[in-house]
Design a protein around this ligand. Structure first.
Ligand code: ARG
Length: 277
Protein backbone atom coordinates (compact mmCIF):
# COMPACT_ATOMS: atom_id res chain seq x y z
CA UNK A 1 0.00 0.00 0.00
CA UNK A 2 1.21 3.43 -0.87
CA UNK A 3 2.41 5.58 1.93
CA UNK A 4 1.10 9.10 2.17
CA UNK A 5 2.40 12.09 3.98
CA UNK A 6 -0.45 13.39 6.03
CA UNK A 7 -1.21 16.87 7.10
CA UNK A 8 -3.54 15.41 9.67
CA UNK A 9 -3.32 12.53 12.06
CA UNK A 10 -5.94 10.48 13.85
CA UNK A 11 -7.98 12.46 16.27
CA UNK A 12 -7.33 15.81 14.71
CA UNK A 13 -9.76 14.77 12.00
CA UNK A 14 -12.53 17.01 13.23
CA UNK A 15 -10.28 20.02 13.66
CA UNK A 16 -9.56 22.57 11.02
CA UNK A 17 -6.30 21.50 9.59
CA UNK A 18 -4.12 23.61 7.38
CA UNK A 19 -1.98 22.82 4.46
CA UNK A 20 1.26 21.29 5.44
CA UNK A 21 4.10 23.66 4.79
CA UNK A 22 6.93 21.85 3.08
CA UNK A 23 4.66 19.03 2.07
CA UNK A 24 7.02 17.97 -0.69
CA UNK A 25 9.78 17.41 1.83
CA UNK A 26 10.64 14.01 3.25
CA UNK A 27 9.17 12.75 6.47
CA UNK A 28 5.88 11.21 7.42
CA UNK A 29 5.45 12.84 10.80
CA UNK A 30 2.67 15.37 11.02
CA UNK A 31 3.86 18.93 11.43
CA UNK A 32 4.07 20.21 14.98
CA UNK A 33 2.19 23.33 14.15
CA UNK A 34 -0.75 23.25 11.81
CA UNK A 35 -2.24 26.38 10.35
CA UNK A 36 -6.02 26.73 10.31
CA UNK A 37 -7.38 25.41 7.04
CA UNK A 38 -8.75 28.70 5.86
CA UNK A 39 -5.55 30.58 6.37
CA UNK A 40 -2.87 28.58 4.63
CA UNK A 41 0.50 29.83 5.69
CA UNK A 42 2.15 32.19 3.27
CA UNK A 43 5.68 30.89 3.68
CA UNK A 44 5.05 27.63 1.88
CA UNK A 45 8.11 26.22 0.15
CA UNK A 46 7.75 27.06 -3.56
CA UNK A 47 8.65 23.54 -4.64
CA UNK A 48 6.16 22.04 -2.27
CA UNK A 49 3.06 23.90 -3.33
CA UNK A 50 2.07 21.47 -6.05
CA UNK A 51 3.30 18.16 -7.28
CA UNK A 52 6.87 18.05 -8.50
CA UNK A 53 6.07 16.36 -11.78
CA UNK A 54 6.05 12.86 -10.33
CA UNK A 55 3.68 13.63 -7.50
CA UNK A 56 0.21 15.09 -7.66
CA UNK A 57 -1.27 16.86 -4.68
CA UNK A 58 -4.93 16.18 -4.06
CA UNK A 59 -6.86 18.37 -1.67
CA UNK A 60 -9.88 16.91 0.10
CA UNK A 61 -12.02 17.55 3.14
CA UNK A 62 -11.69 14.31 5.06
CA UNK A 63 -14.88 14.68 7.07
CA UNK A 64 -17.12 12.90 4.63
CA UNK A 65 -17.33 9.15 5.00
CA UNK A 66 -17.55 7.08 2.86
CA UNK A 67 -16.07 9.56 0.33
CA UNK A 68 -13.15 10.50 2.56
CA UNK A 69 -12.44 10.32 6.25
CA UNK A 70 -9.56 9.77 8.62
CA UNK A 71 -9.24 6.21 9.83
CA UNK A 72 -8.91 6.55 13.58
CA UNK A 73 -6.48 3.66 14.16
CA UNK A 74 -4.01 4.65 11.47
CA UNK A 75 -4.58 8.36 10.88
CA UNK A 76 -4.79 7.57 7.18
CA UNK A 77 -7.28 9.28 4.93
CA UNK A 78 -9.39 6.59 3.28
CA UNK A 79 -12.54 6.38 1.19
CA UNK A 80 -14.18 6.13 -2.19
CA UNK A 81 -12.55 9.31 -3.50
CA UNK A 82 -9.14 8.19 -2.28
CA UNK A 83 -9.42 4.88 -4.14
CA UNK A 84 -10.44 6.73 -7.29
CA UNK A 85 -7.56 9.18 -6.99
CA UNK A 86 -5.08 6.47 -6.22
CA UNK A 87 -6.15 4.43 -9.21
CA UNK A 88 -6.07 7.33 -11.67
CA UNK A 89 -2.77 8.70 -10.36
CA UNK A 90 -1.10 5.33 -10.63
CA UNK A 91 -2.53 4.71 -14.12
CA UNK A 92 -1.08 8.04 -15.21
CA UNK A 93 2.24 7.33 -13.52
CA UNK A 94 2.05 9.75 -10.60
CA UNK A 95 2.56 9.41 -6.89
CA UNK A 96 -0.28 10.85 -4.85
CA UNK A 97 -0.10 13.14 -1.87
CA UNK A 98 -3.24 14.14 0.02
CA UNK A 99 -3.94 17.35 1.89
CA UNK A 100 -6.84 17.73 4.30
CA UNK A 101 -8.51 21.13 4.06
CA UNK A 102 -11.91 22.35 5.30
CA UNK A 103 -14.41 21.99 2.46
CA UNK A 104 -14.87 25.74 2.19
CA UNK A 105 -11.12 26.19 1.68
CA UNK A 106 -10.63 23.59 -1.05
CA UNK A 107 -11.13 25.75 -4.13
CA UNK A 108 -9.13 28.67 -2.67
CA UNK A 109 -6.30 26.24 -1.83
CA UNK A 110 -6.26 24.96 -5.39
CA UNK A 111 -6.47 28.44 -6.84
CA UNK A 112 -3.48 29.38 -4.70
CA UNK A 113 -1.52 26.60 -6.41
CA UNK A 114 -1.44 24.38 -3.38
CA UNK A 115 -3.16 21.40 -4.97
CA UNK A 116 -3.33 19.90 -8.45
CA UNK A 117 -6.91 18.75 -8.06
CA UNK A 118 -9.74 18.47 -5.56
CA UNK A 119 -11.57 15.22 -4.97
CA UNK A 120 -14.09 15.71 -2.18
CA UNK A 121 -17.55 14.60 -3.23
CA UNK A 122 -17.77 18.02 -4.84
CA UNK A 123 -20.78 18.85 -6.98
CA UNK A 124 -20.24 20.88 -10.14
CA UNK A 125 -22.22 24.13 -9.96
CA UNK A 126 -22.22 27.14 -12.31
CA UNK A 127 -20.67 29.30 -9.54
CA UNK A 128 -17.83 26.85 -8.97
CA UNK A 129 -17.36 26.47 -12.72
CA UNK A 130 -16.36 30.11 -12.83
CA UNK A 131 -13.25 29.21 -10.87
CA UNK A 132 -12.48 25.57 -11.62
CA UNK A 133 -12.85 22.97 -14.37
CA UNK A 134 -14.76 19.80 -13.50
CA UNK A 135 -14.41 16.23 -14.75
CA UNK A 136 -17.50 14.25 -15.66
CA UNK A 137 -19.72 13.21 -12.76
CA UNK A 138 -18.65 9.93 -11.16
CA UNK A 139 -21.39 9.46 -8.55
CA UNK A 140 -24.83 10.88 -7.94
CA UNK A 141 -26.49 11.83 -4.70
CA UNK A 142 -29.50 13.63 -3.26
CA UNK A 143 -30.06 15.61 -0.10
CA UNK A 144 -31.75 14.48 3.09
CA UNK A 145 -32.80 16.02 6.36
CA UNK A 146 -31.31 14.20 9.36
CA UNK A 147 -32.87 14.70 12.80
CA UNK A 148 -32.90 13.02 16.17
CA UNK A 149 -35.41 10.19 16.16
CA UNK A 150 -37.25 11.51 19.19
CA UNK A 151 -37.66 14.99 17.69
CA UNK A 152 -40.59 13.85 15.58
CA UNK A 153 -39.70 16.06 12.67
CA UNK A 154 -40.93 14.35 9.52
CA UNK A 155 -41.44 17.07 6.92
CA UNK A 156 -39.86 20.33 5.85
CA UNK A 157 -42.82 22.19 7.34
CA UNK A 158 -41.98 20.78 10.76
CA UNK A 159 -38.72 22.74 10.59
CA UNK A 160 -40.57 26.06 10.93
CA UNK A 161 -38.89 28.02 13.72
CA UNK A 162 -36.12 25.44 14.20
CA UNK A 163 -32.37 25.40 13.47
CA UNK A 164 -30.85 23.49 10.55
CA UNK A 165 -27.13 22.86 10.20
CA UNK A 166 -25.14 22.64 6.97
CA UNK A 167 -21.51 22.39 5.94
CA UNK A 168 -20.01 25.78 5.18
CA UNK A 169 -19.45 26.28 1.47
CA UNK A 170 -21.44 23.22 0.42
CA UNK A 171 -24.33 23.16 -2.01
CA UNK A 172 -26.44 22.19 1.00
CA UNK A 173 -25.73 25.63 2.43
CA UNK A 174 -27.39 27.26 -0.60
CA UNK A 175 -30.27 24.77 -0.56
CA UNK A 176 -30.91 25.37 3.12
CA UNK A 177 -30.89 29.12 2.65
CA UNK A 178 -33.51 28.87 -0.10
CA UNK A 179 -35.68 26.54 1.98
CA UNK A 180 -35.25 28.70 5.07
CA UNK A 181 -36.86 31.61 3.29
CA UNK A 182 -39.86 29.50 2.33
CA UNK A 183 -40.29 27.67 5.59
CA UNK A 184 -38.79 29.91 8.21
CA UNK A 185 -35.89 28.16 9.95
CA UNK A 186 -32.43 29.30 11.01
CA UNK A 187 -29.40 28.06 9.08
CA UNK A 188 -26.23 27.29 11.06
CA UNK A 189 -22.97 26.63 9.18
CA UNK A 190 -20.09 24.51 10.39
CA UNK A 191 -16.75 23.62 8.79
CA UNK A 192 -16.96 19.87 9.26
CA UNK A 193 -19.70 17.24 9.14
CA UNK A 194 -18.78 15.59 12.49
CA UNK A 195 -19.32 18.96 14.20
CA UNK A 196 -22.84 19.03 12.78
CA UNK A 197 -23.58 15.50 13.97
CA UNK A 198 -22.27 16.27 17.46
CA UNK A 199 -24.36 19.41 17.71
CA UNK A 200 -27.46 17.58 16.51
CA UNK A 201 -26.94 14.91 19.15
CA UNK A 202 -26.31 17.58 21.78
CA UNK A 203 -29.56 19.31 20.85
CA UNK A 204 -27.95 22.51 19.59
CA UNK A 205 -29.22 21.82 16.09
CA UNK A 206 -32.66 20.42 15.26
CA UNK A 207 -31.72 19.03 11.87
CA UNK A 208 -28.93 18.74 9.30
CA UNK A 209 -29.31 19.05 5.55
CA UNK A 210 -26.80 16.65 4.04
CA UNK A 211 -26.13 14.17 1.27
CA UNK A 212 -27.96 10.82 1.41
CA UNK A 213 -24.88 8.64 1.12
CA UNK A 214 -23.10 10.38 3.99
CA UNK A 215 -26.28 10.51 6.10
CA UNK A 216 -26.80 6.77 5.60
CA UNK A 217 -23.36 6.05 7.05
CA UNK A 218 -24.07 8.11 10.15
CA UNK A 219 -27.49 6.49 10.53
CA UNK A 220 -25.77 3.13 10.70
CA UNK A 221 -22.96 4.09 13.06
CA UNK A 222 -25.02 6.30 15.35
CA UNK A 223 -28.26 5.28 17.05
CA UNK A 224 -31.16 7.65 17.60
CA UNK A 225 -31.10 9.38 14.22
CA UNK A 226 -33.91 9.65 11.70
CA UNK A 227 -34.03 11.01 8.16
CA UNK A 228 -36.40 12.04 5.42
CA UNK A 229 -35.92 13.05 1.82
CA UNK A 230 -36.11 16.62 0.71
CA UNK A 231 -38.92 16.62 -1.86
CA UNK A 232 -38.28 17.90 -5.37
CA UNK A 233 -34.59 17.82 -4.75
CA UNK A 234 -32.64 17.59 -8.00
CA UNK A 235 -30.00 14.94 -8.35
CA UNK A 236 -26.54 16.25 -7.63
CA UNK A 237 -23.33 14.48 -8.44
CA UNK A 238 -19.68 14.46 -7.53
CA UNK A 239 -16.88 15.37 -9.91
CA UNK A 240 -13.16 16.06 -9.75
CA UNK A 241 -12.18 19.74 -9.77
CA UNK A 242 -9.06 21.13 -11.44
CA UNK A 243 -7.57 24.59 -11.71
CA UNK A 244 -8.96 26.42 -14.75
CA UNK A 245 -7.21 25.20 -17.88
CA UNK A 246 -5.43 22.31 -16.11
CA UNK A 247 -3.95 19.77 -18.49
CA UNK A 248 -4.80 17.04 -16.03
CA UNK A 249 -8.54 17.27 -16.64
CA UNK A 250 -8.49 15.39 -19.94
CA UNK A 251 -6.37 12.38 -18.92
CA UNK A 252 -8.20 12.16 -15.59
CA UNK A 253 -11.54 12.19 -17.35
CA UNK A 254 -10.41 9.44 -19.69
CA UNK A 255 -9.30 7.25 -16.80
CA UNK A 256 -12.47 8.05 -14.89
CA UNK A 257 -14.61 6.90 -17.80
CA UNK A 258 -12.46 3.81 -18.22
CA UNK A 259 -13.16 3.00 -14.58
CA UNK A 260 -16.89 3.39 -15.20
CA UNK A 261 -16.83 1.27 -18.39
CA UNK A 262 -14.69 -1.51 -16.95
CA UNK A 263 -16.88 -1.97 -13.88
CA UNK A 264 -14.15 -0.88 -11.50
CA UNK A 265 -16.24 2.08 -10.42
CA UNK A 266 -19.14 -0.24 -9.56
CA UNK A 267 -16.78 -2.35 -7.50
CA UNK A 268 -15.71 0.72 -5.55
CA UNK A 269 -19.33 1.79 -5.13
CA UNK A 270 -20.16 -1.61 -3.66
CA UNK A 271 -17.04 -1.48 -1.47
CA UNK A 272 -17.78 1.97 -0.01
CA UNK A 273 -21.53 2.45 -0.32
CA UNK A 274 -22.63 -1.15 -0.03
CA UNK A 275 -25.02 -0.66 -2.92
CA UNK A 276 -25.02 -0.61 -6.70
CA UNK A 277 -26.47 2.54 -8.20
N1 ARG B 1 -21.63 17.61 -2.63
C1 ARG B 1 -21.65 18.75 -1.75
C2 ARG B 1 -21.02 19.94 -2.40
O1 ARG B 1 -20.36 19.81 -3.39
C3 ARG B 1 -20.99 18.49 -0.41
C4 ARG B 1 -19.62 17.93 -0.49
C5 ARG B 1 -18.91 17.92 0.86
N2 ARG B 1 -17.66 17.21 0.77
C6 ARG B 1 -16.86 17.00 1.81
N3 ARG B 1 -15.75 16.30 1.59
N4 ARG B 1 -17.14 17.45 3.01
O2 ARG B 1 -21.16 21.04 -1.96
Amino acid sequence: MKKYKWSVAGLTAVLSVGLLAGCGAEGDAPPEVEAPADEPTEEVDENATTGDGDTLIMATSADYPPYESVELETGEIVGFDIDIAEHIASELGYELEIEDVDFNGLIPAMEAGRADFVLAGMTPTPEREENVDFSDIYYEATNLIVTKEDAEISSLEDLDGLTVGVQLGSIQEGEAEDLAEEIGFEVEKRDRIPELIQELLAGRLDAILMEDTVADGYMESQSGLAQFEVPSEELAGSAIAFPKGSELREPFNEKLNEMIDSGLMDELIIKWFDTEE
